[in-house]
Design a protein around this ligand. Structure first.
Ligand code: GDP
Length: 197
């Protein structure tokens, strides 16, 4: 798939105010600083469609972008940033939970994790919560340019070993690098296939 048009639609913190359309949508979520904005900019071929985070944890909103006039890319807030207050953490949890529980247009979520790190409890807990709630998701490993291929394989195996304790199969996953333009075609092809079904 080629992304021909990518337009910002709306930002809000209330699932009820998300676009009232039947277009399929795909949500991107991960820890602050994981490289989510860079990935969205790589996918859409725009330099600054999603704001790369000068101040992690500040963009606590659900951002909808209309892609090729036929699907929505949803940029969700980064989680796990230590400096946000307890009350804003609670608000965050509430609207994210509501987004995933009530947004019928959601086809799949993409959970981003930094390929350099060992599996982190916060990411594993989030994946487990998605699984328990029947929300389909794939993993996107980011910043693959930072590791040698052998280390990439090893780190993916670490995830596989942990996740197979909970599930029968490893979720679908993608290896990406926004700096080196890796994984773009595969990811867009995956979305294209889902849109066609
Ligand atoms: P966000 O907070 O998840 O939206 O993360 P950003 O996209 O703002 O990226 C956080 C930091 O990681 C920035 O300094 C980026 O330049 C860097 N970064 C993002 N993607 C990559 C990547 O693929 N490779 C490398 N080496 N750095 C990246």
């Amino acid at each position: 798939m080629q992304i021909k048009t990518a337009e910002f639609v709306v930002s809000n913190s209330d699932v009820a105010k998300c676009p009232n359309s039947r277009l399929p949508e795909y949500a991107f979520i991960g820890r602050s600083n994981v490289g989510k904005s860079s990935l969205i900019n790589m996918l859409t071929g725009r330099k600054s469609l999603a704001k790369t985070s000068g101040k992690p944890g500040k963009t606590q909103l659900i951002n909808h972008f209309l892609i090729n006039k036929n699907w929505h890319l949803v940029d969700l807030p980064g989680y796990g940033y230590a400096r946000v207050s307890k009350s804003s953490k609670k608000t965050f949890q509430k609207f994210i939970t509501q987004y995933f529980s009530f947004r019928e247009q959601l086809v799949t979520a993409f959970v981003l994790v930094d390929i350099r790190h060992k599996p982190q409890p916060i990411d594993l807990e989030f994946m487990q919560w998605l699984g328990e709630n029947g929300i389909p998701f794939s993993i996107i490993f980011t910043k693959a340019d930072k590791l040698k291929p052998s280390a990439i394989t090893r780190h993916v195996e670490d995830y596989r070993n942990i996740l197979l304790e909970f599930w029968e199969a490893m979720p679908n996953y993608f290896i990406t690098s926004s700096s080196k333009d890796i994984g773009k075609e595969e990811l867009l092809g995956y979305i294209d296939n889902l849109n066609a079904n």
